[in-house]
Design a binder for this molecule. Structure first.
Ligand code: PAF
Length: 288
């Protein structure tokens, strides 16, 4: 996701801060890759290391790496720099906002599609939209400026005051697709006809509907949740989900921030969540 934005933002305005502290090699860029935009020719993108405090920090790490990544870079970031979190799922955004409540922390929810078909090559695979909203009090006054800055990329960016609700909308989709594709080791569309999916999807949607209502007061019937999940699964039928891909590469998955998050919220709010817990346990058992 970071390479997608760096591919569209004006050359010379983007720098890169690695997850852990680093000693940049003089004269060497942090990143060089080929970028294939949706339209127009391929371009080589070169991104130098972050050397001075940026005007905006975009955090595009995996959910589980986010706290440590911010922690190890924060000494270079002045206190009123807006920090925008682009993670999938839920839980890590709230953890960041709780850890640094005085800082302007915002969250983004995006439907842009990007992938890396080969090392050193990033492709903008599907046009989407991005919503950005404040998580901490001080972030509110930065919202317009952040949306304008991200909008200079040419990608569609909206200000969203209720970003929690937007994050939940995406969480629903991830909760209904990702774990099934990783367990069944299949592309998104193939889950729909599988007996394992059919056995658990209604119970899963009931749990999601109840937890969401208790958590943020948003009323979405279970049937609507199932329809939304299946619409995305059909639209992205041949795609490999991020969780299936993580599993295939032997990398940690984001299950703790998807079904694991819903299970934790369910336990905290007194809602039974056996389907979310079962998917979480199954994914954890699959890990190498
Ligand atoms: O996490 C992903 O891979 C995607 O967001 C999803 C929901 C599977 C749709 O392609």
């Amino acid at each position: 996701m970071g390479q997608l934005w760096a591919g569209y933002l004006a050359a010379g305005t983007v720098t890169f801060a690695p997850r852990q502290g680093h000693t940049p090699e003089t004269g060497k860029p942090a990143l060089t890759y080929t970028f294939q935009p949706l339209e127009g020719p391929e371009a080589v993108v070169t991104v130098p290391y972050l050397l001075a405090s940026p005007s905006l920090l975009m955090v595009t790490t995996k959910a589980g790496d986010t706290l440590d990544a911010i922690e190890s870079n924060l000494h270079d970031i002045v206190p009123d720099t807006p920090i925008v979190l682009f993670q999938n799922g839920m839980g890590c955004q709230q953890a960041v906002a709780e850890r640094w409540p005085q800082r302007p922390i915002l969250a983004a929810s995006t439907t842009e599609g990007a992938n890396r078909p080969a090392p050193g090559c990033t492709v903008h695979a599907g046009k989407g939209e991005t919503w950005v909203g404040p998580l901490t009090k001080s972030a509110t006054t930065h919202l317009t400026r952040v949306v304008t800055a991200l909008g200079t990329s040419g990608l569609t960016v909206h200000a969203e005051k209720d970003i929690q609700s937007r994050l939940w909308d995406k969480l629903i989709i991830n909760a209904g697709i990702n774990a099934f594709t990783a367990i069944l080791d299949c592309p998104n569309g193939d889950i729909l006809a599988d007996p394992f999916y059919q056995e658990h999807i209604d119970e899963l949607c009931d749990e999601i509907s109840t937890v969401m209502k208790r958590d943020i007061g948003k009323d979405l019937p279970s049937i609507t949740i199932r329809e939304r999940i299946e619409t995305v699964a059909r639209k992205t039928a041949r795609n490999t989900s991020s969780m299936r891909s993580d599993r295939r590469r032997g990398r940690p998955t984001e299950i703790d921030f998807i079904n694991g998050y819903i299970a934790r919220r369910g336990h905290a709010l007194g809602v039974d969540v056996p389907a979310n817990q079962m998917l979480t346990n199954r994914i954890k058992q699959l890990l190498p």
